[in-house]
Design a protein around this ligand. Structure first.
Ligand code: PEP
Ligand code: CO
Length: 461
C-alpha cells in the first residue's frame, strides 16, 4: 500500500471524533489497547472477504444487522442471544427464498460510537456536547456525563470481547443447529402472522432434514447442519481505537495489516471524504470494508473513492451500502450503479433502508415507517433489475427485544405506541416481528430474481 502507515490518518483532517481534555490519559489508553490480544483473526477476515466476493457476484446474499448503537446498560447475554436468534431466523427465511448461502454479519461486538448531525444538543436553553455513543460519553444530559472519557475505549474492548465469545459459542456450540429451528422463535413473536409463516417454513425444512438424515447426513456428521459462520462489524469511527487494534498478519504470505476489532468495518456517510482521515485509515487495512452512500454521493467522487479504497480491484474488498431514502432510491442509486458498472470496478451492493428514512413523530420520537423501509428495499431491487446488476444484501438496525421504535408492520406499532418501549440509544430499530416481516419481503424479492435467472437459463438452452 503506497505511502500508508498505521497512523498516517493522524496527519489529515478528521470529523466526528471526540476531543479529550486529558491527552496523556488517551495516549495511555491507546498504549494499553495496542498490547491487548486481537478480537478477531486474520484468517477469519480473509474468509469473510471470500464470502463478500460471492456476494458481489450474486453467489451469496448479505444479511448485516444489529443495534444502531450498542450500549453498556443493555449488554447482557439475553440481549445478545435474542439478536442472534432473530438474525438466524431471518437467514433461514432468506436462504429458503434465494437458494443462496446467506452471509451473516452482526452490527455487534464494537458498534459503540456514533456520528451526530450536530456537535451540541440543546434542551430548555441548556447546550451540551451531543451523546456520541457509550464509547465516548454518557447519554444523561449533564456536563459530567457528556465529557468524553478515554476509559470507555477499554470498556468497549472488554464488552466486545465478551460479546464475541458468546457469539462464537452460539455459532458453533449448538444454538445454530438446524434441528433447533423452532426454538429460535421468540416468545413475544408467537401468535403473529409472521410467526405462523416462519413455523410453516421451519416445518418444511425439518421435513427435508428428516430426508437428509435418512440418507446419512446428520448434524453429528455434517458441520453445516449444526454450525454457522457469524461475523462482526461496526462503523470504524474512533480511529485511535482502530489503530491500536490493527495488527500485522505474520502467519501467511499476505503479510498485510488487519483490523482485529471486527471482521468488517464500514465508513459512515458523514466521514467518507476522500482526503480525510477515515478513508486514509481504511485504505490500508486488508479487511472487507463497507462504504455508506447517501443521496449526496456524486458518481465521479464515488469512482475515485472506490479506486482509492480498492486499488487492486479485489473482489470482496468493498461493499457499497446505499442509504438513499424511499423517495430517492430510484433517482439517486441509478446513476451510481450506472457509473460503477461502466467503470468495471468490482463492488458488492447492499441496501440500508433505515438511515434515509428517519423521521420525527409528532410526539418528538425519532422513528421510521415500515412502509418506507419496505419501499426502499423494493426500489433497490427494481433498480438492480433494470440495470442488470446484483442486489447483494441488506444492512439494517434491529434488536431481538420487543421494542416500539419503528411504526407499522403486522403488529401495527403506531405513533402513539412509540413511548411504550422506546429503548434505543440512537436510531429506531426494527423489533423481532418487524425484522421477520422484512425477511419475508426479501425472500419474495429474491425468489423472483431466482425465477428470472432460471427462465433466462432455460431460454438460453
Ligand atoms: C449508522 O449506520 O448507524 C449510521 C450512522 O449510518 P450513516 O453513516 O449511513 O448515516
Ligand atoms: Co443508526
Amino acid at each position: 500500500m503506497i505511502d500508508w502507515q498505521i497512523d498516517s490518518w493522524r496527519k489529515l483532517p478528521i470529523k466526528q471524533v471526540p476531543e479529550y481534555n486529558d491527552q496523556n490519559h488517551i495516549t495511555q489508553v491507546e498504549k494499553e489497547l495496542s498490547i491487548r490480544p486481537p478480537l478477531v483473526f486474520a484468517e477469519e477476515v480473509r474468509r469473510l472477504r471470500k464470502r463478500m466476493a460471492d456476494v458481489a457476484e450474486g453467489k451469496a446474499f448479505l444479511l448485516q444487522g444489529g443495534d444502531c448503537a450498542e450500549s453498556f446498560a443493555e449488554h447482557n447475554a439475553n440481549n445478545i442471544k435474542d439478536s442472534f436468534k432473530v438474525l438466524l431466523q431471518m437467514a433461514v427465511v432468506l436462504t429458503f427464498g434465494s437458494a443462496l448461502p446467506v452471509i451473516k454479519i452482526g452490527r455487534l461486538a464494537g458498534q459503540y460510537s456514533k456520528p451526530r448531525s450536530s456537535p451540541l444538543e440543546v434542551i430548555d436553553n441548556v447546550s451540551l456536547p451531543s451523546y456520541r455513543g457509550d464509547m465516548v460519553n454518557d447519554m444523561a444530559f449533564n456536563d459530567q456525563s457528556r465529557e468524553p472519557d478515554p476509559e470507555r475505549l477499554l470498556k468497549v474492548y472488554d464488552k466486545s470481547a465478551s460479546t464475541l465469545n458468546l457469539l462464537r459459542a452460539f455459532a458453533s456450540g449448538g444454538m445454530a443447529d438446524l434441528t433447533k429451528l423452532h426454538e429460535w422463535n421468540l416468545e413475544f413473536v408467537r401468535g403473529t402472522k409472521e410467526a405462523e409463516k416462519y413455523k410453516e417454513l421451519a416445518d418444511k425444512i425439518t421435513f427435508s432434514m428428516e430426508f437428509m438424515n435418512a440418507c446419512g447426513m446428520t448434524p453429528e456428521n455434517t458441520a453445516q447442519l449444526r454450525e454457522t459462520e457469524f461475523y462482526t462489524s461496526h462503523e470504524g469511527l474512533l480511529l485511535n481505537y482502530e489503530e491500536a487494534l490493527t495488527r500485522k498478519d505474520t502467519i501467511t504470505e499476505e503479510k498485510g495489516w488487519f483490523s482485529t476489532s471486527a471482521h468488517m468495518l464500514w465508513i459512515g456517510d458523514r466521514t467518507r471524504n476522500i482526503d480525510e482521515a477515515h478513508v486514509e485509515y481504511m485504505r490500508g487495512i486488508a479487511n472487507p470494508i463497507g462504504l455508506k452512500c447517501g443521496p449526496s454521493t456524486d458518481p465521479d467522487d464515488l469512482l475515485r473513492l472506490i479506486e482509492k479504497l480498492n486499488p487492486l480491484n479485489q473482489p470482496g474488498r468493498l461493499t457499497l451500502i446505499a442509504r438513499m431514502g424511499s423517495s430517492e432510491v430510484y433517482s439517486k442509486l441509478k446513476p451510481l450503479i450506472s457509473a460503477v458498472k461502466k467503470s468495471g470496478l468490482i463492488v458488492g451492493w447492499c441496501c440500508d433502508p433505515m438511515h434515509g428514512n428517519t423521521v420525527k413523530a409528532s410526539s418528538g420520537f425519532k422513528t421510521r415507517k415500515m412502509n418506507d423501509i419496505m419501499t426502499e428495499v423494493k426500489g433497490f431491487f427494481d433498480v438492480h433489475k433494470e440495470m442488470d446488476t446484483i442486489p447483494g444484501g441488506v444492512h439494517f438496525e434491529m434488536t431481538g427485544q420487543n421494542v416500539t421504535e419503528c411504526v407499522g408492520g403486522v403488529y401495527e406499532v403506531t405513533e402513539t405506541n412509540l413511548a411504550d418501549r422506546y429503548h434505543t440509544h440512537c436510531d429506531p430499530r426494527l423489533n423481532a416481528t418487524q425484522s421477520l416481516e422484512l425477511a419475508f419481503l426479501l425472500a419474495d424479492l429474491l425468489s423472483d430474481n431466482r425465477n428470472i435467472s432460471r427462465k433466462l437459463v432455460s431460454t438460453a438452452c
